[in-house]
Write a protein that binds this ligand. Structure first.
Ligand code: EPU
Length: 438
């Protein structure tokens, strides 16, 4: 099968779809199961490629993974954790960023860890210096090897005091997954506090951890000697929910997203309303629609929680091409997250990129050579095109643009979207889109 989707644009998306557990939480909760002495059960698990990749890595380490895809249940039994063959581990190189989070749990369980070279979206340099510094502070020895890294713990890891220069999601999770079984107290200042991290803390607390979070981004962990399994319902995917909301706006449609939750999407909802979208919050879903009339241009800056998520940016930019006037978007989390706008320009959008920090406060990319601000001039009708998916969220944005464009687009490299959007083609069809896999 060719890895492409033909999209006959111009139909408003209308109807109901369901989003299940958040990709950026579920994968971490799966890793956390390694820390328990008894089995864990994770519920509301989506069928996405990141879940398959992490399941494979857990199985290589002796964890029994039993899933019921339809029910969204995953049973993870870590009773017999073993060291995996390095060649088998390295076969996972480039598949995901999650393997770096195996370090702490494997060091606790086995005294050593081999981690393959990481993958993930090409939206910036994505270094792992914070991760490795944190692990060294706990007492791990880190060695670079061909194809990945090797870590060892000469003795039990020791609690420590860490300050993050930037509130990195992954580094905060690294610290949590390492500190819970380390000896003594760990304190992290400058921590990330995304809802997905709070849900991971909830899982770790269920397992027997002692973790407190202060309002000033300081997290304190009292290490314990052992943890047990958990049973947990994963929080919904607020990135996927916002992606469908943007798709409703671009196509002039009306989409109800089951599993979307207001409390985790407050900042998105404010922005959606400012742009001119309407929404209605119900107990188990949120309905998003285009009320007719003009969309409004805005000035927007992405930021860590509780700011506007970087992952919401790309789908919303497509909607901004349909807004009247000049919108300014300043991307402050990743230095290179506007690559997807080339295709939008090819389709008729007017988006110009700048190195300067436009429309907000200066960020750490300002004095460097990164085009991390975008000025979008609209409204510009979009025309069908032949386009290539650049990364996960950028790829979904291309899909949205194709759905809103006149004519038949060809969207290539579509399987990248399977990494984080469950059954997206079925959902598109359910919403009335005219799409066909090539
Ligand atoms: N950073 C460093 N050094 C490090 C780690 C991070 O400089 O050691 C920098 C990064 O280069 C980036 C910034 O810190 O500029 C933030 O990165 P962070 O560590 O917060 O991101 P992450 O943990 O790699 C997760 C999500 C991303 C999401 C970000 C921000 C997962 C698997 N990925 O990435 O999700 O954009 O947090 O919320 O949880 C996506 O789902 O499409 C996606 C990219």
């Amino acid at each position: 099968m060719n890895d492409l989707l033909y999209v006959n644009g111009g139909n408003p998306l209308n109807g109901n779809i369901t989003v299940r557990g958040a990709k950026n939480f579920v994968s971490k909760a799966m890793v956390a199961s390694l820390l328990g002495e008894t089995p864990s059960t994770l519920r509301n698990v989506p069928q996405i490629r990141d879940v398959t990749v992490v399941s494979g890595l857990l199985e290589l380490h002796g964890v029994t993974v039993d899933g019921d895809d339809k029910a969204g249940t995953l049973d993870l039994d870590p009773s017999n954790v073993i060291a995996a063959h390095v060649a088998d581990i390295d076969a996972h190189a480039g598949s995901s960023r999650i393997p770096i989070l195996f370090c702490g749990p494997l060091l606790h369980r086995l005294g050593e860890a081999n981690i393959p070279d990481l993958g993930g979206c090409a939206i910036g340099d994505r270094p792992i210096n914070y991760h490795l510094d944190i692990l060294r502070q706990f007492g791990a020895v880190v060695e670079k090897r061909s194809g990945g890294i090797h870590l060892s713990a000469p003795k039990r890891l020791q609690g420590t005091k860490v300050h993050l220069p930037y509130p990195s999601v992954g580094a905060t999770e690294q610290l949590l997954l390492t500190a819970v079984l380390s000896e003594g107290l760990t304190e992290l200042s400058g921590a990330a506090i995304e809802p997905e991290i709070m849900d991971l803390i909830a899982v770790l607390q269920k397992m027997g951890s002692i973790i407190s979070v202060d309002t000033d981004r300081t997290i304190r962990i009292e290490g314990v000697d052992k943890l047990h399994g958990y049973n947990h319902w994963a929080m919904g995917d607020r990135i996927e929910a916002a992606s469908w909301a943007s798709a409703a706006l671009v196509t002039g449609g009306d989409v109800t997203v089951n599993g979307a939750s207001q409390s985790e999407m407050m900042t998105f909802l404010n922005t959606f309303r400012k742009v001119g979208g309407e929404f209605e919050v119900h107990d188990w879903d949120i309905r998003f629609w285009h009320p007719g009339g003009e969309l409004k241009s805005i000035v927007l800056e992405t930021d860590v929680h509780p700011g506007f998520m970087t992952d919401w940016q790309q789908p919303l930019v497509v909607a901004l091409t349909q807004a009247t006037g000049l919108s300014i978007v300043h991307e402050t989390v990743y230095e290179n997250r506007f690559g997807f706008t080339d295709a939008l320009n090819q389709m008729g959008a007017h988006i110009q990129l700048y190195r300067e920090c436009l429309g907000g406060s200066p960020c750490r990319f300002g004095q460097r050579n990164f085009k991390h601000s975008a000025v979008i001039s609209g409204p510009t009708p979009l025309q069908a095109a032949d386009i290539e998916v650049p990364d996960l969220r950028g790829g979904f944005s291309h899909l949205i643009a194709a759905l809103g464009a006149k004519g038949r687009s060809t969207v290539r490299g579509i399987s990248l979207i399977d990494r984080g959007y469950e059954n997206f083609q079925e959902k598109l069809v359910a919403l009335g889109a005219d799409v066909e896999r090539g």
